[in-house]
Design a protein around this ligand. Structure first.
Ligand code: C2E
Ligand code: CA
Ligand code: CA
Ligand code: CA
Length: 279
């Protein structure tokens, strides 16, 4: 808005106004999007680099907007996080992904872990552990098949509480991963106190692993660190055979990226798992 009167402030700029309007429109349209059936979950395979088998799937939410088309989570997750929408959306993704994974198991397909992203705001929810527990019971998915991905920055908001919640989730038998590892204000000091099972090397390092020695060095260090702390290490964003060969030669355990598969709707994953089960 344009500040008039004293006139020191001039907030108005056509671009900012357009951006704000777009954001406000999206925020409005986000209300009720789940109920209107506009949200859906895509799944991206993670490959076990020892066996070359699909070992897990990451659940990635998509918004099929009636007029805007497919809206990227990079666009609407931050909006959902700025109000309470992220809680219901996060819970819906978790329930949908667990139910789908259980359905694949019941259909006799090659069993995989399902990995679900948790936003920092969900992590602040006092009843998060109860919600997760309830969804596992409701969907009859065994806890070791569920992986929750959190970022370091989400954990750093309240470190002591994070340690407590992670401990409770781990006691349920859930797999815990630190997502986008290396991009946050990683404190190696806290890393040993967070009861996590996995580190996911951020895509930004993998992306230029072959061209930037610094990215390669960071990647090597994260893999070495994981090995000494007995953590499983995953690399995301693999797009080329060279990147895969590099990570494999360094002893990385799991890999995910367009090289293997883009995130895909459940029906396509069903076909993929069926082909796997026949082999
Ligand atoms: P993320 O958790 O780091 O997820 C990985 C992102 O990298 C996904 O983008 C995926 O499509 C993309 N990706 C995977 N492999 C490649 C590759 O080889 N090359 C490139 N260029 N990209 C690759 P997506 O699905 O657009 O999601 C973006 C972010 O939105 C996610 O980043 C995550 O932070 C957030 N997000 C997505 N779904 C959820 C959700 O259900 N809950 C929450 N809280 N956040 C979510
Ligand atoms: Ca993730
Ligand atoms: Ca990530
Ligand atoms: Ca990311």
């Amino acid at each position: 808005a344009q500040q008039q009167g004293r006139g020191q402030y001039q907030f108005y700029s056509p671009e900012i106004s357009a951006q704000l309007q777009e954001r406000l429109a999206l925020e409005n349209e986000l209300y009720g999007a789940i109920e209107r059936g506009e949200m859906c979950v895509y799944y991206q395979p993670l490959i076990d680099l020892q066996t070359q088998q699909v070992i897990a799937l990451e659940a990635l939410v998509r918004w099929q907007h009636p007029t805007r088309g497919l809206v990227s989570p990079a666009k609407f997750i931050p909006i959902a996080e700025s109000n309470d929408l992220i809680q219901s959306l996060g819970e819906w993704v978790l329930r949908t992904a667990c139910a789908q994974t259980r359905a694949w198991q019941l259909a006799g397909l090659h069993p995989v872990r399902i990995s679900v992203n948790l936003s920092a705001r969900q992590f602040e929810q006092p009843n998060l552990v109860d919600i997760v527990k309830q969804i596992l019971e409701e969907t009859e998915l065994a806890a070791p098949y569920l992986e929750l991905e959190v970022t370091e920055s989400a954990l750093m908001v309240d470190i002591e509480q994070s340690i407590e919640i992670l401990g409770q989730l781990r006691d349920l038998g859930i797999v815990l991963a630190l997502d986008d590892f290396g991009t946050g204000y990683s404190s190696l000091n806290y890393l040993t106190r967070f009861p996590v099972n996995m580190l996911k090397i951020d895509r930004s390092f993998v992306q230029d692993i072959m061209s930037n020695p610094n990215s390669a060095a960071v990647t090597d260090a994260i893999i070495a660190l994981s090995q000494s702390l007995c953590l499983t290490v995953t690399a995301e964003g693999i797009e080329t055979q060279e990147q895969l060969d590099y990570l494999q030669s360094r002893g990385c355990h799991e890999a995910q990226g367009f090289y293997f598969s883009r995130p895909a709707p459940a029906a396509m994953i069903t076909e993929m798992l069926k082909n796997k089960s026949q082999k």
